[in-house]
Design a binder for this molecule. Structure first.
Ligand SMILES: C[S@@+](CC[C@H](N)C(=O)[O-])C[C@H]1O[C@@H](n2cnc3c(N)ncnc32)[C@H](O)[C@@H]1O
Length: 256
């Protein structure tokens, strides 16, 4: 018998055998969201983010990349043509399974997946020319030591690209989710289910997270790490894109 317990109690992937009978496996908070993650707004935002990342890719066809916290692959799959290869990494097995299925469906031979949480452990010997992460870092509470750890797996002259939300006021009221109407009632129901997921995604299911990140603080941290240069800018303002609130996205690019 397998029992899933929420993250935060023990590291993901931990298996406990209780009385030699029950097997308890850690699950990610994202696991229940995986199936409903690809809403219209997520797909659209993923395309905007991948286009922003693409501007920083130089000679990508000769470079390996890691899409850290890839989710359902909305960002990384758009960039498969720009890199020699991409390793899709996520700590949610359900999210990663969806990415894996998408990779199989397009028969991509330059993509692979890895179920891992680099906050806990980075696989020995893992190196990359470019590590990008989209909408992930605000979920990492202690992000300063984490950034120091991941900087070590980036090759000389390699790139770190972070896309995340600018900080928002925690007290800003959540907006009513807009339910899209459709002549097809089944589709309309699906849409409302997706919004429900979106609400959960934006709402209270995460036990701990940052309400966005401050670019100035991040740049100060990055500048203490072995990068030769770093810059950041806000590139997109969107409606209800973060915890059901209007928010903006920034991109930070650092090169060794
Ligand atoms: C909001 S989703 C973003 C997915 C994708 N990057 C995108 O922009 O569409 C956040 C993803 O980060 C993953 N994640 C959160 N914390 C993580 C960690 N410590 N290690 C690996 N993945 C993590 C979650 O499982 C989830 O799939």
């Amino acid at each position: 018998m397998e029992i899933l317990i929420p993250r935060g109690f023990l590291p993901i992937g931990t298996k406990l055998v209780i009385l030699g009978y029950f097997e308890v496996e850690m699950m990610s908070e994202f696991d229940p969201l995986a199936e409903g993650f690809d809403t219209e707004i997520q797909i659209e935002t993923g395309k905007i983010i991948s286009a922003a990342i693409r501007e920083y890719i130089i000679d990508g066809k000769e470079k390996t990349a890691i899409d850290y916290g890839c989710g359902t692959g909305l960002v990384g799959l758009e960039l498969l043509d720009a890199f020699k290869s991409i390793l899709f990494v996520d700590s949610s097995i359900n999210m990663l399974e969806i990415t894996k299925k998408k990779i199989e469906a397009i028969d991509a031979d330059n993509a692979d997946t890895l179920f891992a949480d680099f906050v806990d452990e980075i696989p020995e010997g893992l190196k990359t020319d470019c590590l990008f992460m989209s909408r992930v870092l605000h979920h990492v509470i202690e992000y300063e030591p984490f950034l120091a750890q991941i900087s070590e797996i980036i090759n000389p002259a390699g790139h770190l690209i972070i896309v995340d939300f600018d900080e928002i006021d925690e007290d800003m009221p959540e907006q009513e989710a807009e339910i899209q109407t459709s002549p097809d009632s089944a589709n309309a129901h699906q849409q409302s289910e997706h919004h429900k997921h979106n609400d959960q995604h934006g709402g209270d299911i995460f036990h701990d997270m940052h309400m966005g990140l401050d670019q100035t603080i991040l740049l100060q941290i990055i500048n203490k790490l072995p990068f030769a240069k770093a810059e950041s800018k806000t590139f997109y303002h969107g409606k209800k894109i973060f915890r059901n609130r209007d928010a903006s996205l920034f991109i930070l690019h650092a090169q060794k």
